[in-house]
Structures are given as structure tokens and as C-alpha cells.
Design a protein. Structure first.
Length: 317
């Protein structure tokens, strides 16, 4: 055998490709990082009872309307095909969850609670998303997976109880609105993640937003603020419209489709503490050692839960 033939027989090895699950988790984390800024930005837009800003309805519908117009322009530029008739019910449920339910409920509630307090309650969202996702995809998470999910959620609840001081955790109307928002978000995440398995992730949220325009656009116009608003409030509205309502879902739904809704949803366990970190400089709120400690503990449950098996549905014979 000649040297040249020996050399030609050696083929360079390409670097191993990142697995679909790891890519899904990475994209999910990017989406969560974008979403973590949503509640503090919403608080900045709606203000406080002492210094009210935009109405919660305007913030919710304004972000949906702006993102809907951007979605329509993108779909036209891409010459995107219309969704199949069978996809419209799931798109409607996605819109009900993440275009109307979650934004409306959180925007109304955020005038009455701090960014840190609201970020804590977001901790129930991963478990809710995993539960809805498991039902939709007929997946069977292992007992260890559910134990990690429950442990992470329990840590978040314990944190809320400890932070409430001697008065206990007061479940006032704003808290109830936020918990209802988590249920809406879980539904929208799960249905949108399932659609992303057969549609492009960016088109899932774009079609959901375009479907919502006949309601979001007139409601935004009817609730337009009568009084002048600060530059900071308009900037916050711009963020929740372009990033929270639109671009963040490009990464999030793609991550759910690649890594599985049940598993990738657990990345949301870090969202409360990312939100707290943002609320400190943005809203002037305080972050103490307890918050940091609980944040590290919750992130540890995410890392452990990622290693727990999630069984796919058994194929029928």
C-alpha cells in the first residue's frame, strides 16, 4: 500500500453534533431568559397603585397587536403557507393561553405586586407545563422526574412562604390572577410546543398572533392611554411586544419541539430567579442571600431532573 493510498483512506472526523435534546434545552433556556424580563417590564409599564401607568388591558393587547402586525409582515415576507385545517383548533388554544390569558392576567396583577413577588409565583409554571405536555404527548415521566419537578416547585413555594414574613402567604386577588395566568401559560406552551413538531416554531406563534389580531388590535385602540406616558413605560411595552410576545417564542417553541415539552419545561424553574435579578436594577427592588440560595437550589433540581428518564408513548401493534 502506498503512502498516498494510506493518506486517502484516512477521513477527517467531523465534530459530534449536539443532540436534539441538548439543543432543545439550550433554546428553551434562551426563551426563558427572554421571558424572565417580562414581569418586571410589565410592572414598569403598568406602574403601581400610587403611581399608575398604562392599564393592564392596554399593555396586554398592545403587545399582542404589535407582535401580531410584525407576525403578519414576516409571514408575508416568507410566503408562508396557511396552516392545515386540523391545526387551527390548536392554534386557537395556543392564542387563548399565551396571547390573551397569560398577558391579560399578569398585566392586571402586576400593578399590585412587586416584580420579585410575581417572579416567585412563576415557579409553578414548569410543573403545570410538564403536566399538560405529558397529557398531550402521552409521555410517561419517571417517578424521579416528577420528584425533581415537585421538589423544585416546593422550593419555590417554601421561598414564597419564608419571604412573606410573619403574616403568612397572603393569597389576595393579584396572587390568584397570577396563578391563573400560569395555567393559561402552561396550556399555550404545551399546545404551541406540539404544533412546533410539524410547523416551524416561528410560524406557530406568528399564526397564533395573526389569528388574534381581530380582537387584540381594536382592544388596544380602545384602551390607548389618555394621559402621556413615560419613555420607560413605552420602552417596557416595546420589550414585552417584540421579545416576550414574539421573538422569545421562536426559541421556546423550537426548544420544546426538539427536547420534548415535559423535559424542556423544567428549564423554567430558573425563570423566577432570573426575573428577580432583573427586578433589582430595573425596579429598585432588593435581592437578599435567601433568594440567591433558593435560586441555586432550584437550578440544581433542573440539572438532576434533566438526567431522569421520560418515556415516550408505546407504539400500538
Amino acid at each position: 500500500m502506498t503512502a498516498s493510498s494510506t493518506t486517502s483512506s484516512v477521513r477527517p472526523t467531523s465534530p459530534p453534533r449536539m443532540s436534539a435534546e441538548v439543543r432543545g434545552l439550550a433554546l428553551g433556556l434562551l426563551g426563558v431568559a427572554i421571558f424572565a424580563v417580562t414581569l418586571p417590564m410589565t410592572r414598569l409599564a403598568v406602574g403601581t397603585p400610587e403611581a399608575p401607568g398604562m392599564s393592564g388591558v392596554f399593555v396586554a393587547m398592545g403587545r399582542a397587536a404589535l407582535a401580531g402586525v410584525l407576525s403578519a409582515l414576516l409571514l408575508l415576507a416568507q410566503r408562508a403557507p396557511w396552516p392545515a385545517r386540523s391545526d387551527w383548533p390548536a392554534l386557537a388554544l395556543t392564542a387563548m393561553g399565551v396571547v390573551f390569558g397569560f398577558p391579560l392576567l399578569t398585566s392586571i396583577a402586576m400593578r399590585y405586586v412587586s416584580g420579585v413577588h410575581a417572579s416567585v409565583l412563576v415557579g409553578v409554571l414548569p410543573l403545570a407545563t410538564a403536566a399538560v405536555g405529558a397529557l398531550l404527548h402521552r409521555q410517561r415521566p419517571s417517578a424521579g422526574f416528577w420528584a425533581c419537578a415537585l421538589l423544585g416547585t416546593g422550593l419555590v413555594v417554601l421561598f414564597a412562604l419564608l419571604q412573606s414574613g410573619g403574616t403568612g402567604l397572603s393569597l389576595h386577588l393579584a396572587d390568584m390572577l397570577l396563578l391563573a395566568a400560569m395555567a393559561c401559560g402552561a396550556m399555550g406552551y404545551a399546545y404551541g410546543g406540539r404544533l412546533s413538531q410539524r410547523m416551524r416554531a416561528d410560524r406557530v406563534i406568528c399564526w397564533a398572533l395573526v389569528l388574534s389580531l381581530p380582537l387584540s388590535l381594536p382592544l388596544a385602540a380602545l384602551t390607548w392611554p389618555a394621559a402621556p406616558q413615560s419613555t420607560a413605560a413605552w420602552g417596557a411595552l416595546g420589550y414585552v411586544a417584540v421579545f416576550s410576545m414574539w421573538l422569545g417564542f421562536f426559541a421556546w417553541y423550537r426548544g420544546l419541539a426538539l427536547g420534548g415539552t415535559v423535559r424542556v419545561s423544567q428549564v423554567q424553574l430558573v425563570q423566577p430567579f432570573l426575573g428577580m435579578l432583573v427586578a433589582v436594577p430595573l425596579l429598585g427592588e432588593r435581592l437578599d442571600a435567601m433568594s440567591v440560595g433558593f435560586g441555586l437550589a432550584v437550578m440544581a433540581t433542573v440539572l438532576i431532573g434533566r438526567r431522569m428518564p421520560v418515556r415516550a408513548p408505546t407504539a400500538a401493534h
